[in-house]
Design a protein around this ligand. Structure first.
Ligand SMILES: Cc1cc2nc3c(=O)[nH]c(=O)nc-3n(C[C@H](O)[C@H](O)[C@H](O)COP(=O)(O)OP(=O)(O)OC[C@H]3O[C@@H](n4cnc5c(N)ncnc54)[C@H](O)[C@@H]3O)c2cc1C
Length: 395
Protein backbone atom coordinates (compact mmCIF):
# COMPACT_ATOMS: atom_id res chain seq x y z
CA UNK A 1 0.00 0.00 0.00
CA UNK A 2 1.49 3.34 -1.04
CA UNK A 3 1.50 6.32 1.32
CA UNK A 4 0.15 9.41 -0.37
CA UNK A 5 -0.04 12.88 1.16
CA UNK A 6 -2.69 15.28 -0.07
CA UNK A 7 -1.98 18.81 1.11
CA UNK A 8 -4.96 21.16 1.04
CA UNK A 9 -8.46 19.98 1.94
CA UNK A 10 -10.51 22.09 -0.45
CA UNK A 11 -12.58 20.56 -3.25
CA UNK A 12 -9.49 19.76 -5.36
CA UNK A 13 -7.64 18.03 -2.50
CA UNK A 14 -10.72 16.16 -1.28
CA UNK A 15 -11.38 14.87 -4.78
CA UNK A 16 -7.75 13.77 -5.10
CA UNK A 17 -7.98 11.99 -1.73
CA UNK A 18 -11.11 10.12 -2.83
CA UNK A 19 -9.64 8.94 -6.14
CA UNK A 20 -6.41 7.84 -4.45
CA UNK A 21 -8.16 6.02 -1.59
CA UNK A 22 -10.58 4.33 -4.01
CA UNK A 23 -7.53 2.76 -5.66
CA UNK A 24 -6.19 1.47 -2.36
CA UNK A 25 -3.62 4.14 -1.46
CA UNK A 26 -3.13 5.03 2.20
CA UNK A 27 -4.08 8.71 2.12
CA UNK A 28 -3.40 11.41 4.68
CA UNK A 29 -5.00 14.76 4.07
CA UNK A 30 -3.12 17.72 5.57
CA UNK A 31 -4.51 21.22 5.98
CA UNK A 32 -3.38 24.35 7.77
CA UNK A 33 -6.91 24.89 9.08
CA UNK A 34 -8.75 23.05 11.83
CA UNK A 35 -11.41 21.77 9.43
CA UNK A 36 -11.52 20.85 5.76
CA UNK A 37 -13.35 22.78 3.04
CA UNK A 38 -13.63 26.23 4.62
CA UNK A 39 -13.81 28.10 1.31
CA UNK A 40 -16.08 25.44 -0.15
CA UNK A 41 -18.50 26.17 2.71
CA UNK A 42 -18.27 29.89 1.95
CA UNK A 43 -19.05 29.18 -1.71
CA UNK A 44 -22.16 27.43 -0.41
CA UNK A 45 -23.44 30.69 1.04
CA UNK A 46 -24.20 31.85 -2.49
CA UNK A 47 -26.07 28.62 -3.23
CA UNK A 48 -23.04 26.53 -4.31
CA UNK A 49 -23.01 26.78 -8.06
CA UNK A 50 -21.33 23.42 -8.74
CA UNK A 51 -21.09 23.49 -12.51
CA UNK A 52 -23.00 24.56 -15.62
CA UNK A 53 -25.30 22.56 -17.87
CA UNK A 54 -24.32 24.18 -21.20
CA UNK A 55 -22.85 21.92 -23.92
CA UNK A 56 -19.21 20.94 -23.38
CA UNK A 57 -17.61 22.99 -26.17
CA UNK A 58 -18.93 26.41 -25.04
CA UNK A 59 -18.29 25.25 -21.46
CA UNK A 60 -14.61 24.64 -22.23
CA UNK A 61 -14.33 27.97 -24.05
CA UNK A 62 -14.98 29.77 -20.73
CA UNK A 63 -11.54 28.76 -19.49
CA UNK A 64 -9.60 29.90 -22.56
CA UNK A 65 -6.91 27.53 -21.25
CA UNK A 66 -5.96 24.56 -23.45
CA UNK A 67 -4.05 22.87 -20.60
CA UNK A 68 -7.10 22.40 -18.40
CA UNK A 69 -9.28 21.09 -21.24
CA UNK A 70 -8.26 17.41 -21.21
CA UNK A 71 -8.89 17.19 -17.48
CA UNK A 72 -12.40 18.62 -17.80
CA UNK A 73 -13.14 16.42 -20.79
CA UNK A 74 -12.13 13.44 -18.61
CA UNK A 75 -14.41 14.62 -15.78
CA UNK A 76 -17.05 16.80 -17.44
CA UNK A 77 -20.07 18.49 -15.82
CA UNK A 78 -22.26 15.39 -16.32
CA UNK A 79 -19.73 13.27 -14.37
CA UNK A 80 -19.59 15.85 -11.59
CA UNK A 81 -23.38 15.91 -11.38
CA UNK A 82 -23.53 12.11 -11.20
CA UNK A 83 -20.85 12.15 -8.49
CA UNK A 84 -22.84 14.65 -6.39
CA UNK A 85 -26.00 12.62 -6.77
CA UNK A 86 -23.98 9.56 -5.72
CA UNK A 87 -23.32 11.41 -2.48
CA UNK A 88 -27.07 11.73 -1.98
CA UNK A 89 -27.19 15.37 -3.07
CA UNK A 90 -30.15 16.10 -5.34
CA UNK A 91 -29.35 18.81 -7.90
CA UNK A 92 -31.32 21.27 -9.97
CA UNK A 93 -30.53 23.36 -13.02
CA UNK A 94 -31.44 27.03 -12.65
CA UNK A 95 -32.98 29.09 -15.46
CA UNK A 96 -29.48 30.34 -16.35
CA UNK A 97 -28.26 26.77 -16.85
CA UNK A 98 -26.21 26.84 -13.62
CA UNK A 99 -26.27 23.67 -11.52
CA UNK A 100 -26.89 23.79 -7.75
CA UNK A 101 -27.58 21.27 -5.01
CA UNK A 102 -31.23 21.42 -3.93
CA UNK A 103 -29.99 22.22 -0.43
CA UNK A 104 -28.47 25.46 -1.87
CA UNK A 105 -25.50 25.14 0.44
CA UNK A 106 -22.29 23.15 0.72
CA UNK A 107 -22.55 21.71 4.22
CA UNK A 108 -24.73 18.61 3.47
CA UNK A 109 -22.52 17.69 0.51
CA UNK A 110 -19.31 18.26 2.47
CA UNK A 111 -20.61 16.22 5.44
CA UNK A 112 -21.56 13.28 3.20
CA UNK A 113 -18.24 13.53 1.39
CA UNK A 114 -16.14 13.57 4.58
CA UNK A 115 -18.12 10.56 5.88
CA UNK A 116 -17.34 8.71 2.67
CA UNK A 117 -13.63 9.61 2.87
CA UNK A 118 -13.46 8.51 6.49
CA UNK A 119 -15.07 5.20 5.50
CA UNK A 120 -12.37 4.80 2.85
CA UNK A 121 -9.67 5.23 5.48
CA UNK A 122 -8.54 8.75 4.58
CA UNK A 123 -6.92 10.33 7.64
CA UNK A 124 -7.23 14.07 8.22
CA UNK A 125 -4.44 15.99 9.91
CA UNK A 126 -5.54 19.53 10.83
CA UNK A 127 -3.30 22.49 11.75
CA UNK A 128 -0.63 21.16 9.40
CA UNK A 129 0.93 24.07 7.53
CA UNK A 130 3.04 23.03 4.56
CA UNK A 131 6.19 25.11 4.23
CA UNK A 132 7.95 23.63 1.25
CA UNK A 133 10.09 20.83 -0.08
CA UNK A 134 12.81 19.08 1.89
CA UNK A 135 15.56 16.73 0.80
CA UNK A 136 14.61 13.86 -1.49
CA UNK A 137 10.97 12.91 -0.99
CA UNK A 138 10.42 15.13 2.02
CA UNK A 139 7.64 17.66 2.43
CA UNK A 140 8.26 20.17 5.22
CA UNK A 141 5.44 21.23 7.52
CA UNK A 142 5.52 23.56 10.51
CA UNK A 143 7.07 21.33 13.19
CA UNK A 144 7.38 18.08 11.25
CA UNK A 145 8.45 16.52 7.97
CA UNK A 146 7.08 13.58 5.95
CA UNK A 147 8.36 11.55 3.04
CA UNK A 148 5.34 10.00 1.29
CA UNK A 149 5.56 7.79 -1.81
CA UNK A 150 3.69 10.49 -3.73
CA UNK A 151 1.93 13.76 -2.95
CA UNK A 152 -0.81 15.98 -4.31
CA UNK A 153 -0.62 19.69 -3.50
CA UNK A 154 -4.01 21.44 -3.72
CA UNK A 155 -3.30 24.65 -1.84
CA UNK A 156 -5.83 26.97 -3.50
CA UNK A 157 -5.42 30.58 -4.59
CA UNK A 158 -5.03 33.59 -2.33
CA UNK A 159 -8.51 35.04 -1.91
CA UNK A 160 -10.21 34.98 1.50
CA UNK A 161 -6.89 34.12 3.21
CA UNK A 162 -8.55 33.83 6.62
CA UNK A 163 -10.17 30.63 5.35
CA UNK A 164 -6.77 29.03 4.77
CA UNK A 165 -5.79 29.74 1.17
CA UNK A 166 -3.27 32.53 1.58
CA UNK A 167 -0.99 31.89 -1.39
CA UNK A 168 2.05 31.48 0.89
CA UNK A 169 2.88 28.27 -1.04
CA UNK A 170 4.27 30.49 -3.79
CA UNK A 171 7.45 30.92 -1.73
CA UNK A 172 8.27 27.21 -2.10
CA UNK A 173 8.66 27.59 -5.85
CA UNK A 174 11.18 29.36 -8.05
CA UNK A 175 9.76 32.77 -9.10
CA UNK A 176 9.64 31.86 -12.78
CA UNK A 177 7.39 28.86 -12.00
CA UNK A 178 4.51 30.97 -10.69
CA UNK A 179 2.47 33.55 -12.61
CA UNK A 180 1.63 36.45 -10.22
CA UNK A 181 -1.52 35.82 -8.16
CA UNK A 182 -4.16 38.41 -9.11
CA UNK A 183 -7.78 38.92 -8.13
CA UNK A 184 -10.32 37.32 -10.46
CA UNK A 185 -14.11 37.61 -10.32
CA UNK A 186 -13.75 40.68 -8.15
CA UNK A 187 -15.47 44.01 -7.72
CA UNK A 188 -14.08 47.44 -8.60
CA UNK A 189 -13.69 50.57 -6.59
CA UNK A 190 -15.90 53.51 -7.68
CA UNK A 191 -15.69 57.04 -6.29
CA UNK A 192 -19.41 57.32 -5.40
CA UNK A 193 -20.65 60.52 -3.82
CA UNK A 194 -21.17 60.10 -0.07
CA UNK A 195 -24.93 60.53 -0.53
CA UNK A 196 -25.15 57.78 -3.18
CA UNK A 197 -22.97 55.33 -1.20
CA UNK A 198 -24.95 55.91 2.00
CA UNK A 199 -28.31 55.45 0.32
CA UNK A 200 -27.55 52.58 -2.07
CA UNK A 201 -24.73 50.44 -0.62
CA UNK A 202 -26.08 46.88 -0.62
CA UNK A 203 -28.69 47.56 -3.33
CA UNK A 204 -28.79 45.29 -6.38
CA UNK A 205 -28.82 46.72 -9.88
CA UNK A 206 -31.01 44.38 -11.90
CA UNK A 207 -31.12 43.69 -15.64
CA UNK A 208 -28.39 45.90 -16.99
CA UNK A 209 -25.71 45.63 -19.64
CA UNK A 210 -22.06 46.63 -19.44
CA UNK A 211 -19.92 47.39 -22.48
CA UNK A 212 -16.22 47.88 -22.86
CA UNK A 213 -13.91 47.79 -25.87
CA UNK A 214 -16.48 46.26 -28.21
CA UNK A 215 -17.67 43.54 -25.80
CA UNK A 216 -20.82 43.59 -23.78
CA UNK A 217 -22.25 41.55 -20.94
CA UNK A 218 -25.72 41.39 -19.36
CA UNK A 219 -26.58 40.59 -15.79
CA UNK A 220 -26.90 42.01 -12.32
CA UNK A 221 -24.53 43.93 -10.09
CA UNK A 222 -24.47 45.16 -6.53
CA UNK A 223 -23.58 48.62 -5.29
CA UNK A 224 -21.21 48.52 -2.31
CA UNK A 225 -19.94 51.34 -0.15
CA UNK A 226 -16.59 51.27 -1.96
CA UNK A 227 -17.70 50.35 -5.46
CA UNK A 228 -19.54 47.75 -7.47
CA UNK A 229 -19.49 43.94 -7.59
CA UNK A 230 -21.69 41.01 -8.63
CA UNK A 231 -22.10 38.61 -11.54
CA UNK A 232 -22.09 41.20 -14.32
CA UNK A 233 -18.92 42.83 -13.02
CA UNK A 234 -17.20 39.47 -12.44
CA UNK A 235 -18.01 38.42 -16.02
CA UNK A 236 -16.11 41.42 -17.38
CA UNK A 237 -13.49 41.56 -14.61
CA UNK A 238 -10.67 39.66 -16.32
CA UNK A 239 -10.74 42.14 -19.22
CA UNK A 240 -11.14 45.20 -17.02
CA UNK A 241 -8.50 44.20 -14.44
CA UNK A 242 -5.52 45.27 -16.52
CA UNK A 243 -7.26 48.32 -18.03
CA UNK A 244 -8.27 50.01 -14.74
CA UNK A 245 -8.78 52.87 -14.14
CA UNK A 246 -11.26 52.43 -16.95
CA UNK A 247 -14.59 53.94 -17.94
CA UNK A 248 -17.20 51.36 -18.91
CA UNK A 249 -20.64 52.00 -20.36
CA UNK A 250 -23.80 50.82 -18.61
CA UNK A 251 -27.13 50.37 -20.34
CA UNK A 252 -29.72 50.73 -17.57
CA UNK A 253 -32.63 49.69 -19.84
CA UNK A 254 -31.13 47.17 -22.28
CA UNK A 255 -34.62 45.85 -23.08
CA UNK A 256 -35.79 49.20 -24.57
CA UNK A 257 -34.33 50.92 -27.63
CA UNK A 258 -33.55 54.62 -27.60
CA UNK A 259 -36.84 55.72 -29.21
CA UNK A 260 -39.03 53.65 -26.86
CA UNK A 261 -37.09 54.90 -23.86
CA UNK A 262 -37.31 58.54 -24.99
CA UNK A 263 -41.10 58.16 -25.37
CA UNK A 264 -41.38 56.84 -21.82
CA UNK A 265 -39.20 59.59 -20.42
CA UNK A 266 -41.56 62.22 -21.80
CA UNK A 267 -40.80 65.93 -22.14
CA UNK A 268 -38.42 68.02 -20.12
CA UNK A 269 -41.19 69.94 -18.30
CA UNK A 270 -41.34 67.32 -15.54
CA UNK A 271 -38.77 66.88 -12.82
CA UNK A 272 -35.80 64.65 -13.56
CA UNK A 273 -36.76 62.11 -10.92
CA UNK A 274 -40.31 61.86 -12.30
CA UNK A 275 -38.99 61.24 -15.80
CA UNK A 276 -36.60 58.56 -14.56
CA UNK A 277 -39.42 56.87 -12.65
CA UNK A 278 -41.63 56.96 -15.77
CA UNK A 279 -38.82 55.23 -17.65
CA UNK A 280 -39.03 52.38 -15.16
CA UNK A 281 -35.67 53.01 -13.51
CA UNK A 282 -35.35 51.69 -9.96
CA UNK A 283 -34.19 54.32 -7.44
CA UNK A 284 -30.62 52.94 -7.50
CA UNK A 285 -30.47 53.19 -11.32
CA UNK A 286 -31.93 56.70 -11.17
CA UNK A 287 -29.24 57.46 -8.59
CA UNK A 288 -26.58 56.34 -11.06
CA UNK A 289 -27.97 58.76 -13.64
CA UNK A 290 -27.83 61.55 -11.09
CA UNK A 291 -24.23 60.59 -10.25
CA UNK A 292 -23.28 60.78 -13.95
CA UNK A 293 -24.97 64.17 -14.35
CA UNK A 294 -23.15 65.46 -11.29
CA UNK A 295 -19.88 64.25 -12.83
CA UNK A 296 -20.59 66.33 -15.95
CA UNK A 297 -22.43 63.98 -18.35
CA UNK A 298 -24.42 66.00 -20.94
CA UNK A 299 -28.09 66.56 -19.98
CA UNK A 300 -29.44 66.98 -23.53
CA UNK A 301 -30.45 63.43 -24.48
CA UNK A 302 -31.51 61.62 -21.31
CA UNK A 303 -32.44 58.42 -23.16
CA UNK A 304 -28.95 58.28 -24.67
CA UNK A 305 -27.42 58.74 -21.23
CA UNK A 306 -29.50 55.91 -19.71
CA UNK A 307 -28.48 53.62 -22.58
CA UNK A 308 -24.79 54.54 -22.42
CA UNK A 309 -24.04 55.71 -18.92
CA UNK A 310 -20.31 56.18 -18.29
CA UNK A 311 -19.04 54.60 -15.07
CA UNK A 312 -15.41 55.01 -14.06
CA UNK A 313 -13.93 51.97 -12.32
CA UNK A 314 -10.95 53.21 -10.35
CA UNK A 315 -9.21 49.92 -9.55
CA UNK A 316 -9.94 46.25 -8.89
CA UNK A 317 -10.84 45.36 -5.32
CA UNK A 318 -8.04 43.46 -3.60
CA UNK A 319 -7.33 39.76 -3.84
CA UNK A 320 -8.42 39.17 -0.24
CA UNK A 321 -12.12 39.61 -1.13
CA UNK A 322 -12.06 38.24 -4.67
CA UNK A 323 -14.10 35.15 -5.54
CA UNK A 324 -11.05 33.54 -7.13
CA UNK A 325 -7.41 33.98 -8.08
CA UNK A 326 -5.84 34.36 -11.50
CA UNK A 327 -2.24 33.27 -12.01
CA UNK A 328 -0.60 30.45 -10.09
CA UNK A 329 1.72 27.57 -10.81
CA UNK A 330 2.64 27.75 -14.49
CA UNK A 331 1.63 24.84 -16.71
CA UNK A 332 5.21 24.71 -17.98
CA UNK A 333 6.25 23.55 -14.47
CA UNK A 334 3.96 20.50 -14.85
CA UNK A 335 3.73 17.55 -17.16
CA UNK A 336 0.45 16.42 -18.75
CA UNK A 337 -0.41 14.36 -15.64
CA UNK A 338 -0.04 17.49 -13.45
CA UNK A 339 3.26 16.27 -11.97
CA UNK A 340 5.91 18.85 -11.13
CA UNK A 341 8.68 18.32 -13.68
CA UNK A 342 11.31 19.15 -11.05
CA UNK A 343 9.70 16.92 -8.38
CA UNK A 344 8.75 13.47 -9.67
CA UNK A 345 5.93 12.13 -7.51
CA UNK A 346 4.50 15.54 -6.57
CA UNK A 347 1.28 16.54 -8.37
CA UNK A 348 -0.67 19.80 -8.22
CA UNK A 349 -4.36 20.63 -8.64
CA UNK A 350 -7.12 23.17 -8.24
CA UNK A 351 -7.03 26.92 -8.04
CA UNK A 352 -3.28 27.01 -7.35
CA UNK A 353 -2.75 26.25 -11.06
CA UNK A 354 -2.54 29.06 -13.61
CA UNK A 355 -6.08 29.24 -14.99
CA UNK A 356 -9.06 31.45 -14.42
CA UNK A 357 -12.72 31.23 -15.30
CA UNK A 358 -15.85 33.27 -14.75
CA UNK A 359 -18.41 32.45 -12.05
CA UNK A 360 -21.11 30.04 -13.17
CA UNK A 361 -19.76 26.78 -11.75
CA UNK A 362 -16.60 26.79 -13.86
CA UNK A 363 -14.31 27.31 -10.87
CA UNK A 364 -15.44 24.30 -8.86
CA UNK A 365 -15.64 22.16 -12.00
CA UNK A 366 -12.01 23.04 -12.76
CA UNK A 367 -10.96 22.21 -9.18
CA UNK A 368 -12.77 18.86 -9.07
CA UNK A 369 -11.48 17.86 -12.50
CA UNK A 370 -7.85 18.74 -11.83
CA UNK A 371 -8.01 17.16 -8.35
CA UNK A 372 -9.10 13.93 -9.97
CA UNK A 373 -6.46 14.25 -12.72
CA UNK A 374 -3.65 14.83 -10.22
CA UNK A 375 -4.71 11.76 -8.24
CA UNK A 376 -4.79 9.63 -11.38
CA UNK A 377 -1.36 10.99 -12.24
CA UNK A 378 -0.08 9.99 -8.81
CA UNK A 379 -1.55 6.50 -9.18
CA UNK A 380 0.15 6.19 -12.57
CA UNK A 381 3.43 7.30 -11.03
CA UNK A 382 3.11 4.79 -8.17
CA UNK A 383 2.39 1.92 -10.56
CA UNK A 384 5.61 2.50 -12.50
CA UNK A 385 8.09 -0.31 -11.90
CA UNK A 386 10.71 1.89 -10.18
CA UNK A 387 9.49 5.25 -8.91
CA UNK A 388 12.40 7.67 -8.66
CA UNK A 389 12.27 9.92 -5.61
CA UNK A 390 11.74 13.67 -6.01
CA UNK A 391 14.82 15.64 -6.95
CA UNK A 392 16.33 17.54 -4.05
CA UNK A 393 16.45 20.98 -5.70
CA UNK A 394 13.66 23.40 -4.68
CA UNK A 395 10.48 23.57 -6.74
C1 LIG B 1 -17.43 33.94 -1.71
C2 LIG B 1 -17.06 32.84 -2.68
C3 LIG B 1 -18.07 32.19 -3.39
C4 LIG B 1 -17.73 31.20 -4.31
N1 LIG B 1 -18.75 30.57 -4.99
C5 LIG B 1 -18.45 29.66 -5.94
C6 LIG B 1 -19.48 28.98 -6.65
O1 LIG B 1 -20.68 29.13 -6.36
N2 LIG B 1 -19.10 28.14 -7.66
C7 LIG B 1 -17.78 27.92 -7.98
O2 LIG B 1 -17.51 27.18 -8.93
N3 LIG B 1 -16.79 28.47 -7.24
C8 LIG B 1 -17.09 29.34 -6.25
N4 LIG B 1 -16.08 29.91 -5.52
C9 LIG B 1 -14.68 29.52 -5.81
C10 LIG B 1 -14.34 28.18 -5.17
O3 LIG B 1 -14.75 28.16 -3.82
C11 LIG B 1 -12.83 27.93 -5.28
O4 LIG B 1 -12.45 28.03 -6.63
C12 LIG B 1 -12.44 26.56 -4.75
O5 LIG B 1 -12.76 26.43 -3.38
C13 LIG B 1 -10.95 26.30 -4.94
O6 LIG B 1 -10.71 24.96 -4.56
P1 LIG B 1 -9.25 24.45 -4.21
O7 LIG B 1 -9.45 23.08 -3.64
O8 LIG B 1 -8.36 24.62 -5.36
O9 LIG B 1 -8.73 25.45 -3.08
P2 LIG B 1 -9.36 25.87 -1.67
O10 LIG B 1 -10.81 25.57 -1.61
O11 LIG B 1 -8.95 27.28 -1.49
O12 LIG B 1 -8.63 24.90 -0.65
C14 LIG B 1 -7.24 24.97 -0.45
C15 LIG B 1 -6.93 24.38 0.91
O13 LIG B 1 -5.52 24.42 1.10
C16 LIG B 1 -5.24 24.80 2.43
N5 LIG B 1 -3.90 25.41 2.44
C17 LIG B 1 -3.48 26.51 1.79
N6 LIG B 1 -2.18 26.73 2.04
C18 LIG B 1 -1.76 25.74 2.86
C19 LIG B 1 -0.51 25.39 3.45
N7 LIG B 1 0.58 26.12 3.25
N8 LIG B 1 -0.46 24.30 4.23
C20 LIG B 1 -1.54 23.51 4.45
N9 LIG B 1 -2.75 23.80 3.93
C21 LIG B 1 -2.85 24.89 3.14
C22 LIG B 1 -6.34 25.77 2.78
O14 LIG B 1 -6.52 25.85 4.19
C23 LIG B 1 -7.54 25.17 2.06
O15 LIG B 1 -8.28 24.30 2.90
C24 LIG B 1 -16.38 30.87 -4.55
C25 LIG B 1 -15.38 31.50 -3.83
C26 LIG B 1 -15.71 32.48 -2.90
C27 LIG B 1 -14.59 33.16 -2.13
Amino acid sequence: MADVAVVGAGPAGLMAAEVLAADGARVTLYDAMARPGRKFLLAGRGGLNLTHSEPLEPFLARYACPEIEPHIRAFPPAALMAWCEGLGQALFIGSSGRVFPRAMKASPLLRAWLRRLEGMGVAFRPHARWLGFGEGRALRFEGFEIAPDAAVLALGGASWPLLGSDGAWVRAFAPDQVAPLLPANMGFRVAWSAAFATRFAGTPLKRLALSHAGRSWRGEAMVTRQGIEGGLIYAAAARLRDAAPVTVTLDLRPDLDHAALAARLGGGAQSLSNRLRRAGLAPVAAGLVQEALRAGAPRGDLAALIKALPLRLEEPMGLARAISTAGGLRWSALDGALMLRARPGVFCAGEMLDWEAPTGGYLLQGCFATGRAAALGALGFLSRPASPGPASSAG
